[in-house]
Design a protein around this ligand. Structure first.
Ligand SMILES: Nc1ncnc2c1ncn2[C@@H]1O[C@H](COP(=O)(O)OP(=O)(O)OP(=O)(O)O)[C@@H](O)[C@H]1O
Ligand SMILES: [Mg+2]
Length: 427
């Protein structure tokens, strides 16, 4: 059994002018004890992925597609009707709606076999609703040639609303969400913990930092107050904080000290999975190295898995065996770090690795990738990277690329993954 299984995750934010497609079809798996680096330029969806896993998305962020499983427990699963509608709407400008529809039907078949829902009777309700929705969407598709795109959009959104905001659908959704939330509360910090990008907000300003960590220990573990206090001192020592800081309040800590305290908090309960979002950016270089080495040692010793999020590909090279390279809400290349560094199969990875200095290789000028990341509220058609890609051809402007497995544990999202991997095409 894989520990963390993320399947085709899509997270959208609702904003006034529409939707920000922050995470758009991300899949990866992580086993116990493994470390994966999640790398990409600012705004590509790294933190959003982490928040989806830990169920800490802001109020306007929703999982609209896919699912997240942790030791086979569902942490997030998109409402099927919403998911289907999103897919149909997203592809409405393409002449491929029928194929898509067929694909969805096949997917539904698989889901039917697999079984939906957690509670008795839930599967039947979900499936019945799905049947109705399929029928409605089918009718709409049948008449799509006779109606204007705007009208079609309205019809689709009505069909979607009926399913997703109807009284029963709502009640059902709330019930499921409440159950998942309760499970997550039980395992947050103890089984999955997170080192936040902005350590500023991670602690409650009116309680002493040491007390907050002790509180987490006392809530989840069977220990006395004295033992908890002792453990907090050990953790402080581990991350390089002086023992007298234990009684300090968050505002008395510098940015770097707060960062170290949140690392202590994340390690406190020996979680199975740590998600570290830019864990060392607020620290000086010496402290960065020390903390990274320590996190790495502890993680090895306790067999914890880790997702380390960073802009800096050299940090990943130091601590991970897996890497996932993200751009515009999608994973462009992922898998075994050695295979990807030695033989990248994606123009974006090649651009990104060229943008960082190599420690061993000969000195060369740093390249940056020309252009800027896409507007995720209005991403380009086809491959989101095509406007910046040196190799872009017509197909890249029109069609989203497939994810191709170029080698064992090495996948690339590019129309020309194979050609780049084998060296037939050079970036
Ligand atoms: N609450 C929100 N409402 C609307 N859009 C949001 C919200 N939070 C994030 N976004 C958008 O979602 C996209 C992904 O953001 P995210 O914070 O996940 O990026 P990131 O990869 O973590 O970037 P960074 O490296 O700068 O931390 C960005 O375009 C961002 O503007
Ligand atoms: Mg971030």
């Amino acid at each position: 059994m894989v520990m963390l299984d993320i399947r085709n995750l899509r997270v959208y934010f609702e904003i006034l002018k529409g939707k920000v497609k922050a995470v758009d079809g991300v899949s990866f798996q992580l086993d116990r004890g493994e470390t994966m680096g999640l790398v990409g330029e600012s705004g590509c969806g790294k933190t959003t992925t982490a928040f989806a896993i830990t169920r800490l998305l802001p109020f306007n962020g929703h999982v609209v597609g896919g699912e997240i499983l942790f030791n086979d427990m569902v942490l997030a699963r998109a409402d099927m009707a919403t998911e289907m509608l999103e897919l149909l709407e997203r592809e409405r400008w393409l002449p491929r709606v029928e194929t898509l529809f067929e694909r969805r039907q096949n997917a539904m078949q698989v889901l039917k076999e697999k079984g939906l829902g957690e509670m008795p009777g839930e599967s039947e309700i979900l499936l019945a609703e799905e049947e109705i929705f399929l029928e409605e969407v089918g009718d709409i598709l049948a008449i799509k040639d006779r109606v204007a795109p705007e009208e079609l959009k309205e019809m689709l959104s009505k069909a979607g609303k009926a399913e997703t905001t109807g009284f029963f659908a709502d009640r059902r959704k709330r019930k499921i969400e409440k159950e998942i939330e309760a499970k997550m509360t039980a395992i947050r910090w103890s089984e999955i913990s997170m080192i936040f990008q902005s350590a500023m907000n991670a602690f409650n300003p009116v309680y002493r930092v040491g007390d907050q960590i002790a509180e987490a220990l006392l809530t989840h573990e069977d220990m006395s107050k004295d033992e908890a206090h002792q453990k907090v001192l050990e953790l402080f020592d581990l991350v390089g904080l002086k023992p007298d800081r234990v009684t300090g309040y968050p505002h008395e800590f510098s940015g770097g000290m707060r960062q170290r305290a949140i690392i202590a908090m994340a390690l406190a309960l020996n979680p199975q999975l740590i998600i570290a979002d830019e864990p060392t950016t607020a620290l000086d270089v010496i402290m960065q190295d020390r903390i990274l080495a320590e996190i790495r040692d502890l993680q090895k010793e306790m067999h914890m898995a880790m997702i380390i999020i960073t802009h800096d590909i050299s940090v990943v090279a130091e601590v991970s065996e897996k890497i996932a390279i993200m751009y515009g809400g999608k994973l462009f290349e992922q898998g075994d770090i050695v295979s990807i560094f030695e033989n990248p199969a994606n123009p974006y990875t090649i651009g990104l690795t060229g943008a960082f200095p190599s420690i061993k290789g000969k000195k060369k000028r740093l390249k940056s990738i020309p252009g800027s990341p896409p507007d995720l509220a209005n991403p380009p058609l086809g491959c989101v990277f095509h406007p910046r890609c040196k190799l872009a051809q017509d197909i890249c402007k029109e069609k989203m690329p497939p994810t191709i497995e170029v080698a064992k544990n090495h996948r690339s999202y590019c129309h020309f993954a194979e050609e780049i991997y084998t060296g037939k095409m050079k970036v």
